[in-house]
Design a protein around this ligand. Structure first.
Ligand code: ATP
Ligand code: MG
Length: 807
């Protein structure tokens, strides 16, 4: 393709420079010297560069330029186009112009009907200004034109190829490219022509065009163009990608936008317009009011700034909003409690709880240490004991005594670390973990924080070990900078007073147990329960059922009946519940007008609460030979169990039922062997073992039946079955046996003995080797029972079995 064709494309139709506009020729010749041959009329241009060979229309507006163009047309001379350094100069001096420009031929000069002047020019070649000449009503300069060299080097040819590729690449990414331009770039062979064409069409900034115009050396010129094109390709790629992405979300966004605008309009109509700015202002105030640590406040302000630039109905907005609510509502610098007053604490503990003297003493010691060394590492208390013995209520008391808030979190069944430490905010619906949630509920940063059910914490699974997260919470070294995943900033837990509770010590994960000071609460005896009921439970239940002490009372006998026949527990929870239902019964009668007031006596209990729920069935159960009362340890505080042995015709087999564990089965075997081996001393004929099978059964489903500690009871039951002598109904026993007949020590003495007392037994037989545990048994229980210490099974026989052996 030839230049001529290109000209045609750009002009639309062929123009003829021999047809200057008639308007000019008629004007009178001007009063100034002719422009010398080596000089040129200069037309200043704003923000435009015309490259050689290029054709472009120009608007001529300024007087200076109109004069210049008209003179050029009249004298049929080309003009020199020079770009202004700054667009804003109205009458540029020579100093305000670049010094390299383009010689241009005026193809056409037009005065439009509205009086504006236009020229269509074609660039011819580059020039450099040598000097400006004075004395003309337009700019005139002596110039030095630049002739492009004819020849070209290999280096240049190579660049030409790259340039073509690059240019086509840019065009491929651009929309609406005229085919002619692509054809022109593909077919042009002259390096300067190609370079100028590409620069003219593909480089958009005037300053860059001017820079290229001023590069006379063709190699440098192409290099610079390539540089600029490369940059452009990258920009275009990125912008196309963004475009694609935005196109995808555009539909959704637009919809949201429209809906949001509608919502705003509706809110405005309803007068509910809330003004986002007011909300932001409110949050900002809340941030200041929360008195956060510096790091946290910085984070909060950062999030607030993000919130400001967000449409307030978007999902992310509400996410950040919730997060900021959490940050502002946490008690960063709210704390309660003053100095710990030990005397007052003692008073409060006594006020709230009956008995428990040792435990109260240890709590007071603990508080004293905290008082003397408030910032020191104090151990973490852990109350261990069966349900309803007052663990939680002691915790409340401690909070009251130290004037702190009280909060609880249950750890039962936790097996995800995130439940303690929260989920990262990137999760949908993420929230802080248990610890931070509780602290927010407490509203202070130094509450008494009770961690319930530490023995039921799940072991770490796929999502991290909750107990290791808990360790961090409890560790005074680490908990001053506890980082919840959701908050992602540190919260100081070091002022929190943690107290653990558990039913069983053994199931608390080892490392946690080591960190805590364990305080064991055993169950209460009937007498203690009576006292607790009289002092606390009765009053509480009267109140909560809306009864005054005049309207309804309950006798001690009635309470004892409830304790013995309606509850069988270590603690007081069911007792309180049953007293409550007795009172409700009375409340009903008063409300119905049947009675004005009522005293609940033990005779009424069966009418009110229904038939007895627990029988002191020991006497009945043991009234036949072959039944012995054993003692079992259970997580809820110990219980009694019966070992039943029956003799039936057969050939000496041992039948075991009652879903016994392996160890208990072996223990039964051992007991049988022991009875057989002592047949002589026990006055039993060896025949009896040959002609009979023996069936040992242990009823009661709820008690775990394994372990060796029923050995003594098995032995006694078997002997009783073979000898047909009954076992004393008020004797209970525990102890492992050896084949030689020695009684070996067992665990859980305290709980077992308390259970025996609770069941109304009078004598307990324990291994002599367990004497060391005697101290642990509550005094009230000790006073209630007779203790027999067994060294071997013979010691047990004379006490347990009715009718003296020798008779
Ligand atoms: P769990 O292991 O089931 O949580 P807990 O040990 O926390 O049991 P609490 O809830 O503290 O049991 O106690 C049950 C009820 O018994 C409470 O109403 C409590 O006030 C009362 N109670 C227990 N021991 C005493 C006591 N020594 N003096 C007064 N009230 C008591
Ligand atoms: Mg509790």
């Amino acid at each position: 393709m030839q230049i001529k064709d290109l000209k045609n494309i750009l002009l639309g139709s062929t123009t003829n420079k021999e047809e200057p506009s008639s308007a000019i020729t008629q004007e009178a010749p001007a009063q100034f010297p002719p422009v010398p041959n080596d000089a040129m009329i200069i037309v200043p241009m704003r923000g435009t560069v015309l490259f050689p060979q290029n054709v472009s229309p120009l608007v001529i507006g300024r007087k200076l330029s109109i004069n210049a163009v008209q003179e050029a047309v009249r004298s049929e001379k080309p003009i020199g186009l020079l770009m202004q350094l700054r667009d804003k100069d109205e009458e540029p001096n020579p100093d305000d112009l670049y010094s390299v420009g383009t010689v241009a031929e005026i193809l056409r000069y037009i005065t439009a009907p509205d009086g504006t002047h236009h020229v269509i020019c074609q660039g011819v070649q580059r020039f450099r200004v040598q000097e400006f000449l004075q004395g003309y009503p337009f700019l005139v300069a002596r110039i030095e034109p630049y002739e492009e060299p004819e020849t070209s080097s290999q280096d240049v040819e190579a660049r030409v190829i790259t340039l073509k590729q690059k240019a086509l690449e840019v065009l491929a990414q651009t929309q609406q490219v005229p085919d002619e331009l692509i054809n022109a770039i593909q077919s042009i062979t002259s390096p300067p022509m190609l370079a100028d064409l590409v620069a003219s069409y593909l480089i958009s900034k005037a300053v860059e065009k001017q820079e290229i115009l001023a590069l006379f050396d063709i190699q440098a010129r192409i290099d610079r163009i390539l540089e600029l094109l490369n940059y452009q390709v990258e920009v275009l790629k990125i912008s196309n990608k963004i475009n694609e992405q935005t196109q995808e979300t555009m539909g959704q966004r637009q919809r949201e936008f429209v809906l949001r605008e509608q919502m705003k309009a509706i809110q405005k109509e309803l007068g509910e317009e809330e003004g986002g700015a007011a909300e932001i202002e409110e949050i900002s105030k809340a941030i200041s009011a929360a008195k956060m640590p510096e790091e946290v406040e910085k984070q909060a302000r950062k999030e607030l700034a993000r919130l400001q630039h967000m449409p307030d109905a978007s999902g992310e907005y509400s996410m950040i909003r919730t997060y900021l609510d959490w940050l502002t509502e946490l008690p960063w610098s709210v704390s309660s409690a003053g100095v710990i007053d030990i005397a007052k604490a003692r008073e409060i503990l006594n006020e709230d709880h009956y008995g428990l003297d040792k435990i109260k003493k240890r709590i007071l010691e603990f508080l004293a240490v905290r008082k003397l060394n408030p910032n020191g590492k104090s151990p973490i208390l852990c109350f261990v004991g069966p349900p309803g013995v007052g663990k939680t209520s002691l915790g409340r008391s401690i909070a009251r005594a130290t004037e702190r808030e009280f909060i609880r979190a249950s750890l039962g069944g936790l097996h995800d670390e995130a439940e303690i430490r929260g989920h990262r905010r990137t999760y949908i619906g993420a929230l802080p973990g248990n610890v931070i949630q509780s602290i927010r509920k407490a509203g202070t940063n130094n509450p008494v924080f009770m961690l319930d059910e530490m023995d039921k914490i799940g072991s770490g699974g796929f999502h991290g070990d909750p107990s290791s997260a808990l360790l961090e919470v409890l560790d005074p070294e680490q908990n001053s900078t506890f980082r919840d995943n959701y908050l992602a900033v540190a919260f100081d837990l070091s002022h929190v007073m943690f107290i653990g509770t558990a039913n069983v010590l053994d199931s608390i994960p080892g490392p946690l147990r080591d960190r805590m000071e364990v305080i064991e609460l055993t169950g209460y005896t009937s007498e203690e329960k009576l006292q607790i009921a009289k002092r606390y439970l009765v009053h509480r239940q009267q109140e909560s059922n809306g009864l005054s002490p005049e309207q309804c009372t309950i006798t001690d006998d009635a309470i004892l009946t409830i304790i013995q026949d309606y509850t069988r527990e270590a603690g007081c929870r069911n007792l309180e519940r049953e007293i409550g239902s007795a009172f409700r019964h009375v409340a009903m009668r008063i409300a119905e007008g049947i009675v004005m007031s009522e005293q609940i006596d033990s005779e009424h209990i069966a009418d009110i609460l229904g038939p007895k729920r627990f029988y002191s069935d020991v006497a009945m159960r043991t009234s036949v030979p072959g039944v012995a009362t054993g003692l079992a340890w259970t997580p809820v505080g110990g219980d009694i169990l019966f070992i039943e042995a029956t003799r039936l015709p057969g050939d000496g087999k041992l039948i075991l039922t009652g879903q016994l564990g392996e160890v208990m089965k072996e223990s039964a075997q051992a007991a049988l062997s022991l009875v057989k081996s002592r047949a002589n001393e026990l006055n039993l004929s060896p025949e009896i073992f040959k002609k009979n099978d023996i069936h040992v059964h242990v009823p009661a489903g709820a008690i775990p039946k394994d372990g060796p500690s029923a050995g003594v009871a098995m032995f006694i039951a078997l002997f009783s079955a073979f000898s047909e002598r009954t076992v004393h109904s008020n004797v209970a026993m525990t102890g492992e046996i050896s084949l030689r007949g020695l009684v070996l020590p067992v665990g859980g003495i305290k709980e077992k003995v308390i259970a025996a007392a609770r069941a109304g037994l009078k004598t307990v037989m324990l291994p002599a080797l367990n004497k060391k545990d005697f101290e642990e048994i509550p005094e009230a229980v000790r006073n209630q029972l007779r203790f027999i210490w067994l060294e071997n099974v013979d010691d047990a026989l004379s006490i347990a079995v009715e009718n003296d052996l020798k008779t």
